[in-house]
Design a protein around this ligand. Structure first.
Ligand code: DON
Length: 309
């Protein structure tokens, strides 16, 4: 087996010299300002070591990766009842698509497409004010990242709100089908803010530990969720974590992962490592070009694909 520190360094060096980097997300104006020439990687292993390279300590907008954390909290709150509100099948559609919602009567396909994540925030809101729910989400992120500096970028949240016509449409559409219990503005407010959480690759790799290590924080003896729940969240990440690019990501990388339009990807190599990569250039599905390529190379070099080989 090659040395992980060498593999990580070599991948970062190869990514630095790549010309084809995709395009930064432009539909959220604040994200369009992020320079394209950045790449970071952080890998936290079972024996408690952290390997980083490139821009691993630069904070970026985690965007849809936050949906993994809100899903974890909603499952903690209502358990399997969550599946009455949101499905668990890949959508095969873009993350902000509305077409399936009509066929399926306001029940989103899975918790990672935008409609599904908005439904999850609605579940978290039951009996609470938006401010309290946002506080709960941020506290959870800080706890699993073991870092109290994890914060929300208010500029990104505002930028997303003023251009959030599609998300507003999705939330109203669900409300029309009586699939939203709280005011639409409350669910959207929480959603825009949790998408605007910023983390570095190092923080994100720390935050993914509970998914990589059967619900526990290795070395700490702390159980965040049950191993069964971690396994199920990983299954959803594998099948739905990259939207209509999920099949291709499974084919190329073979690991559960969740992408965000900020260019980050959180990936789980079960019992081996929690991995975060970031590069802001995206492919047409909204997934990081260099991030996916780096993960493909990492999984191959370390033989980490869940499918073997
Ligand atoms: O709602 C949105 O469009 C963004 N806040 C999140 C989208 C996203 O990250 C999709 N991921 N690739």
């Amino acid at each position: 087996m090659p040395r992980l520190d060498t593999v990580v360094e070599e991948i970062a060096a190869r990514m630095r010299s790549r010309e084809e980097r995709g395009k930064v997300a432009s539909y959220i104006p604040e994200l369009a300002k992020v320079p394209l020439d950045q790449f970071g990687i952080a890998v936290f292993t079972a024996d408690g070591e952290m390997f980083t390279a490139g821009d691993a300590d630069i904070p970026f907008s985690i965007q849809s990766i936050s949906k993994v954390f809100t899903l974890t909290l909603a499952l903690g709150k209502v358990g399997d009842q969550l599946w009455n509100r949101v499905g668990r099948e890949p959508s095969g559609h873009p993350f902000n698509s509305i077409v399936q919602l009509e066929y399926e009567k306001g029940k989103p396909r899975n918790p990672f497409i935008n409609a599904g994540a908005i439904a999850v925030t609605d579940v978290l809101l039951a009996g609470h004010q938006p401010r309290e729910v946002l506080g709960e989400i941020l506290r959870f992120c800080r706890f699993v990242a073991d870092d109290d500096t994890v914060a929300i970028d208010e500029h990104v949240a505002r930028s997303e709100k003023v251009t959030g016509f599609l998300n507003t449409a999705l939330a109203n559409y669900m409300k029309a089908f009586k699939m939203m219990e709280n005011p639409v503005e409350h669910a959207l407010g929480v959603y825009f803010h949790h998408c605007a959480i910023t983390m570095t690759c190092r923080q994100l790799a720390m935050a993914g530990r509970y998914l990589a290590f059967s619900g526990r924080l290795p070395g700490k003896g702390v159980s965040v969720i049950s191993s069964e729940r971690a396994r199920r969240i990983n299954a959803l990440m594998l099948t739905c974590g990259h939207y209509d690019g999920s099949g291709d990501f499974a084919f190329r990388v073979g690991l559960p992962g969740k992408s965000g339009v900020g260019g980050g990807i959180l990936v789980v190599a079960p019992e081996k490592a929690s991995i975060a990569v970031w590069s802001p250039g995206l492919d047409p599905h909204g997934n990081s070009v260099l991030g996916s390529l780096a993960l493909e190379q990492l999984a191959k070099a370390m033989h980490w694909s869940v499918f073997g080989g």
